[in-house]
Design a binder for this molecule. Structure first.
Ligand code: HEC
Ligand code: HEC
Ligand code: HEC
Ligand code: HEC
Length: 384
């Protein structure tokens, strides 16, 4: 950070910098880590969204990054960093809750017991101040923190939210400031004369100015390198998909487009055509991103679905598959349209919505509430 005093400050990024569902996730992660390094960060945590990229990808990025990516309970990462500061020796580490790895079904990521890893560091590495980046969710934060002591500050690496004050959890101060890099917050260490130990101040929050960051010459270079890499990626990916689509001789099923569905489900189609889902491509056009595969994934229908042909490939090749159409929720309908009574469409599940309404794009998504907005009203039964 500009104007900060290296004698006194440590810049920590808690992790979860990747959106592993994005097509270019690995490339993005590489550039984000490079950007953090250029911005002067001293340590980067490993979050579950990062781990979901595949450990090979993340360790390769870590190997190429001057700023270390730390994690004490996943092999292949630097387990801790120690900084000699005016206030003393500061030990910084990061752990991931194995329960989170289970939740994300990351079978290939081996995590050891975070409590044991923390205790070992506390025992073996001399330090005056201990800062822990904790990747755990909900009740698990409490369960884990109840089992450790001697932590001066916990940074909640999972919550995509910010709180102006640290929370007290089992006597530990927990800071939350993970808001997609849009904020930085800092704490001061206060010497408490009476108790003769260090205390952590309340975090001071300030918004990162996107404009200032974008104007930084080094960041500018990174962005243009990224844009170039993205352009090449898109070109290659489109070519690969075109070839794959041609190879697919025996289609299991076929995407038809909402026009076809409308020929039997007219009422539903009419109502749907006035919905946000139908307009999803327009939102990209407004942002001049309608060519961008990374955005298109969730704003079109059938992109990347290998189980059927006819889904979105590119604007030129499949212009009628734009927007979030019937088949984005109900699945490809070719077989169903041929024999509707014999081939039932699958039921729409929460998982289905969450492919697009994820914690990045729609943190407030609620299946129970939002389902009612898209089920066409239970009274509609118009198929003849
Ligand atoms: C293929 C991706 C995709 C799927 C699957 C999907 N959505 Fe969406 N949804 C979107 C996009 C993109 C938008 C924003 C459209 C726009 O305005 O550009 C959106 C918008 C919405 C909106 C309107 C938001 C508003 O503020 O009015 C609701 C409600 C919604 N979706 C609910 C659902 C539900 C419930 C499901 C599952 C049954 C679902 N969606 C499945 C991509 C998807
Ligand atoms: C993982 C799926 C996903 C990806 C990828 C995605 N979006 Fe969206 N987008 C959504 C969903 C879901 C919504 C609706 C969110 C809501 O209801 O609040 C949305 C909403 C929007 C809206 C708001 C529509 C409005 O005016 O209310 C815009 C604009 C938009 N997206 C642009 C983009 C751009 C640009 C990209 C690429 C950088 C992108 N999206 C990538 C899922 C996605
Ligand atoms: C955002 C997701 C979404 C989109 C887009 C969507 N539907 Fe649905 N549809 C649902 C949900 C949810 C239900 C409720 C039943 C279920 O869970 O499968 C439903 C139910 C239906 C039903 C059964 C109606 C009944 O009363 O049982 C039909 C028919 C249907 N949809 C057709 C369509 C057609 C045709 C389109 C496009 C014009 C479309 N849907 C677009 C989510 C969607
Ligand atoms: C040739 C007419 C026809 C076409 C085309 C057609 N459907 Fe249907 N659909 C039906 C009939 C008939 C039913 C059964 C209605 C009932 O049971 O009330 C049905 C039922 C459904 C259901 C309820 C679940 C089920 O399978 O019974 C969904 C969802 C659905 N259609 C979606 C679609 C979608 C999406 C498309 C476009 C890809 C589509 N349909 C195209 C005639 C058609």
């Amino acid at each position: 950070m500009q104007g900060s005093n290296p004698e006194r400050t440590i810049l920590i990024n808690a992790g979860n910098n990747s959106n592993y569902q994005s097509l270019m996730a690995a490339v993005e992660y590489k550039y984000i880590v490079a950007g953090l390094d250029r911005s002067g960060f001293d340590a980067i945590g490993l979050g579950v969204w990062d781990a979901a990229l595949g450990l090979d990808t993340v360790t390769a990025v870590a190997a190429g990054s001057p700023t270390d990516i730390i994690c004490a309970n996943v092999e292949g990462f630097v387990p801790f960093l120690r900084f000699n500061k005016a206030a003393g020796k500061v030990l910084v580490t990061s752990v991931i809750d194995p329960k989170l790895i289970e939740l994300f079904k990351l079978k290939k990521v081996v995590v050891s017991d975070p409590i044991k890893a923390i205790s070992r560091l506390q025992r073996e590495i001399k330090h005056d101040i201990f800062i822990l980046i904790l990747h755990a969710q909900g009740e698990r934060i409490h369960e884990l923190l109840a089992q450790i002591s001697g932590v001066d500050l916990v940074i909640d690496g999972e919550t995509g939210r910010i709180e102006k004050k640290t929370l007290e959890v089992y006597g530990k101060s927990v800071a939350r400031n993970n808001f997609g890099g849009k904020y930085v917050s800092y704490v001061d260490l206060i010497q408490d004369d009476r108790k003769s130990h260090l205390q952590v101040s309340q975090p001071v929050l300030s918004r990162v100015s996107a404009k200032t960051v974008a104007e930084d010459p080094e960041i500018k270079i990174l962005v243009s390198q990224y844009e170039e890499e993205r352009r090449l990626f898109i070109k290659k990916e489109q070519e690969r998909r075109r070839k794959a689509a041609m190879k697919h001789r025996k289609p299991v099923n076929l995407y038809l487009g909402s026009g076809w569905c409308g020929s039997c489900h007219g009422e539903i189609e009419k109502k749907w055509s006035e919905s946000h889902h139908a307009q999803a491509i327009k939102s990209l056009e407004k942002k001049k991103r309608e060519f961008d595969l990374e955005c298109l994934t969730c704003h079109v229908t059938g992109l990347g679905d290998k189980s059927a042909v006819g889904g979105f490939v590119s604007l030129e090749a499949s212009s009628k598959m734009v927007g979030v159409q019937c088949e984005a929720c109900h699945g490809p309908g070719g077989k169903h349209a041929q024999s509707p009574l014999k081939t039932k469409m699958k039921l729409v599940t929460e998982k289905n919505c969450r492919i697009c309404h994820n914690h990045d794009t729609d943190p407030d998504f609620s299946f129970a509430r939002d389902y009612k907005k898209v089920d066409h009203g239970k009274d509609i039964k118009d198929a003849k």
